[in-house]
Design a protein around this ligand. Structure first.
Ligand code: SF4
Length: 230
């Protein structure tokens, strides 16, 4: 697999575990608020970390590292995601997949083959503002709904999460999102911040009052809705 970034240790990206993070390149979305702009838009110009380097590190740190997060970009675009995840699991690490959920067939196959212990799926916005928030002219929202419905069936531990922008989200966004994730176990909201390599840094951070109100709206639909501070 082509890995463009390797963070050796994180305490906050895999719930409850000390983990490493691997970053894949390319994405089928163009979210204007994306903080990995170069990785999404120009993966071919990004440095590559060899699989050997990654596995060498992981094998030496088995006592310290408990999990590996595969993120992007969008990892489900990688042809060899499944065997790669299997190789990591075979070493005894827990695995987490970060995905935008736009390739439900890959998500389902990966989960059904038991290759991931945890999935974090982004929910960009309500269906009628999804394409705009994902930076696309048009999109097939049924693919997103298919991934959501699959995760709601509890084949794997999962979370839904949304990066919230003042200009793109409002109360109605979270009422509509609540309807399509109804019954979910965990939902995290993260306030947008324009730190990093943002694709189009024109958006603003929502107020704490707005974030708290969105949590309150989602709490009518999901068991645990909360703001995640980063
Ligand atoms: S935020 Fe995620 S889904 Fe959106 S462009 Fe960036 S990597 Fe892709």
């Amino acid at each position: 697999m082509v890995i463009h970034g390797f963070q050796k240790m994180t305490l906050v990206d895999f719930p409850g575990l000390v983990a490493s993070i691997l970053f894949t390149g390319g994405c089928n979305f163009r979210c204007p608020f994306c903080q990995n702009g170069s990785l999404v838009l120009h993966p071919d110009t990004e440095p590559v970390v060899s699989e050997e380097e990654i596995f060498s590190y992981l094998e030496k740190r088995r006592k310290m590292i408990e999990g590996v997060v595969i993120t992007g970009g969008e990892p489900t675009l990688q042809n060899d995601l499944l065997p790669f995840a299997g190789r990591i699991r075979a070493l005894g690490f827990k695995t987490k997949l970060d995905t935008n959920g736009y390739r439900p067939a890959v998500l389902k196959e990966a989960v059904r083959e038991g290759l991931f212990d945890y999935v974090a799926m982004d929910i960009k916005n309500s269906p009628d503002r999804y394409a705009e928030t994902a930076g696309l002219d048009d999109m097939d929202i049924s693919a997103i709904k298919e991934s959501i419905e699959f995760l709601l069936e509890n084949h794997v531990s999962y979370e839904f999460r949304t990066t919230v922008m003042a200009e793109l989200h409002d109360d109605e966004s979270f009422r509509q999102i609540g309807e399509i994730v109804n019954g979910a176990e965990r939902y995290y909201l993260q306030a947008y911040s324009d730190a990093g390599d943002v694709i189009n840094p024109v958006y603003s951070t929502p107020s704490k009052e707005d974030m708290d109100r969105y949590v309150s709206i989602l709490s009518s639909y999901v068991r645990n809705a909360t703001v995640r501070d980063r």
